[in-house]
Design a protein around this ligand. Structure first.
Ligand code: KIV
Ligand code: ZN
Length: 512
């Protein structure tokens, strides 16, 4: 049977970034976009340019630098949004503008306060307006699965007639179940006039945990494009997970007449990169990429796997380019072994920075029994987020206990000056952050804090990602240590150092 290609539209940088606490800066967005190109997605929805000048710049830079996939920008159904979207993607090799407008009664009446016919006219005029810039226009009738079907069909017909080339059916609130959603897609394919002139796409949210099933049901019923996100991140409970769709289509080829062009070997790396840069941890039991996805706990299972992996494993880790945690290196492994391992993980450290990196590796290996691939990746990420420090941690001491008030003494070095402060807080980390704030005098809000253990075991590295905000600027800081309080403090100082580099820290008492 001839297989049909499914277009993979990745919205990690747009809907994925709508995950609370996952704000990315331009550099982080670019890194992810470049990795998505290696993963070989067909379309990258790079952002929502009207939302902020920083977002517009980030989408612009991705359009300039990332070659291969179509680069798409989101716009509400108004001219100003379309102008911003076009401004952001016009330099892309293959630009796309994605326009959306609500179609369910609840959206039309309660959010848009307009009559259904007025909204059809608004869609038609905006699509025609966007067509003067590019002939690749995607149109999404938002909340399509809760709309009245005859109205939805009329909207789609009008959108295609006005020039939309992709029609995306969003299950905006994740309300559908697979049979129902597949049947809707089939009826659209069979009944909407002109649908053969457009690519039919789906965009499923995971509120009832059915985003992937709904998307797969849709392609069985004629959808040609799936919108999905790495690690399934996205608004509320997230979107359909890219890796689950790509691997399901590969492993169950017997059940689907479809394939994707996803380079599955890049899944593991992409997933880790997105998790590290967004600060959203991957649940241990997450299908395909969770650390337990290839781990066997019960004796019966372990025995079976030792006899023949196929007893309890349906996916080979090689397919997704990932390896289970295995002790690899020790402090005595040497530079050559470290270089080999870096090559195997696919990360590059410039030659002139290797010696520094090696020193960090030895420092870590001295503290741990063995260094795992995940530890090396964490060191690489710490290295990548390194910024020439304005402040360095010189000394820390914290107090905590069931009967004592948490307190911290922190000493930082800036140039050849030392600054020391004492503070209390709701816990030792809060106390340490308060002491650092006293030293720097910078007005900072901590918007998110995430701590994860890089591997298992009592000597595991703790990896902390913090998001801080200063004057509406979001900055990510990272810290790594076998001591989680030290990792937390390093992450906070890393964020502050990045902020200092941005040159607009006005309140810092030591920033002159
Ligand atoms: O969930 C949704 O409806 C969306 C649209 C913008 C496609 O994200
Ligand atoms: Zn969405």
């Amino acid at each position: 049977m001839e297989k049909e290609k499914v277009i993979i539209f990745d919205s990690t940088l747009r809907d994925g970034e709508q995950t609370p606490g996952s704000k990315l800066n331009m550099d982080e967005k670019l890194k992810i976009a470049k990795q998505l190109a290696k993963l070989n997605v067909d379309v990258i929805e790079a952002g929502f340019p009207i939302s902020s000048p920083g977002e517009l710049d980030a989408v612009k830079e991705i359009s300039r630098q990332v070659k291969g996939p179509t680069i798409c920008a989101l716009a509400r159904c108004v001219k100003e949004d379309v102008d911003a979207a076009w401004e952001a993607v016009k330099e892309a090799e293959k630009p796309r503008i994605h326009i959306f407008l609500g179609v369910s009664n609840i959206h039309m009446e309660q959010k848009l306060h307009k009559k259904p016919e007025e909204l059809i006219e608004q869609a038609v005029q905006t699509i025609k307006y966007a067509r003067q810039f590019t002939d690749d226009i995607e149109y999404s009738p938002e909340d399509a699965t809760r709309a009245q079907e005859d109205y939805l069909f009329r909207v789609i017909e009008a959108a295609i007639e006005a020039g939309a080339t992709t029609i995306n059916i969003p299950d905006t609130v994740g309300y559908s179940v697979p049979e129902e959603f597949g049947a809707l897609i089939r009826r659209i394919n069979e009944n909407v006039k002109g649908i053969e002139n457009a690519v039919l796409s789906v965009h499923c949210h995971n509120d009832l945990g059915m985003a992937v099933s709904n998307s797969l049901s849709a392609i069985k019923n004629g959808a040609k494009q799936i919108e999905c996100n790495v690690n399934g991140i996205g608004e509320r409970a997230g979107n359909a997970s890219l890796e689950e769709i790509a691997v399901a289509l590969r492993i169950r080829q017997d059940m689907f007449a479809h394939y994707t062009d996803i380079n599955t070997q890049e899944i593991y790396r992409t997933s880790r990169l997105v998790s590290k840069l967004t600060g959203i941890p991957i649940p241990v039991n997450k299908a395909i990429i969770g650390i337990n996805a290839f781990a066997h706990s019960s004796g019966i299972h372990q025995d079976g796997v030792l006899k023949d992996k196929r007893t309890y494993e349906i996916i080979d880790t090689d397919l997704i380019g990932g390896k289970p945690a295995q002790m690899l290196l020790t402090a005595r492994s040497g530079r050559h072994a470290l270089k080999n391992e870096l090559q195997a993980t696919g990360y590059t450290i410039p030659e002139e920075e290797f010696e520094d990196f090696y020193e960090r590796f030895v420092e870590l290996a001295d503290k741990k029994k063995g260094v795992y691939r995940e530890d090396i990746e964490a060191l690489v990420f710490e290295h990548l987020s390194f910024t020439e420090p304005t402040y360095k941690l010189d000394y820390l001491q914290t107090v905590s206990g069931s009967k004592s008030i948490p307190a911290a003494i922190i000493r930082l070095i800036k140039g050849d000056e030392y600054f020391e402060e004492v503070a209390i807080g709701s816990g030792p980390i809060d106390a340490a952050y308060n002491a650092i704030n006293k030293i720097t005098g910078i007005n900072i809000t901590l918007t998110s804090y995430n701590l994860s253990a890089v591997t298992g075991g009592r000597d595991a590295l703790g990896e902390v990602t913090v998001k801080i905000n200063h004057n509406n600027k979001d900055i990510t800081g990272r810290g790594l240590s076998t001591d989680i309080i030290e990792a937390s403090i390093k992450a906070y100082i890393n964020g502050i150092n990045k902020l200092m580099k941005m040159n607009d820290v006005k309140n810092g008492i030591h920033s002159q």
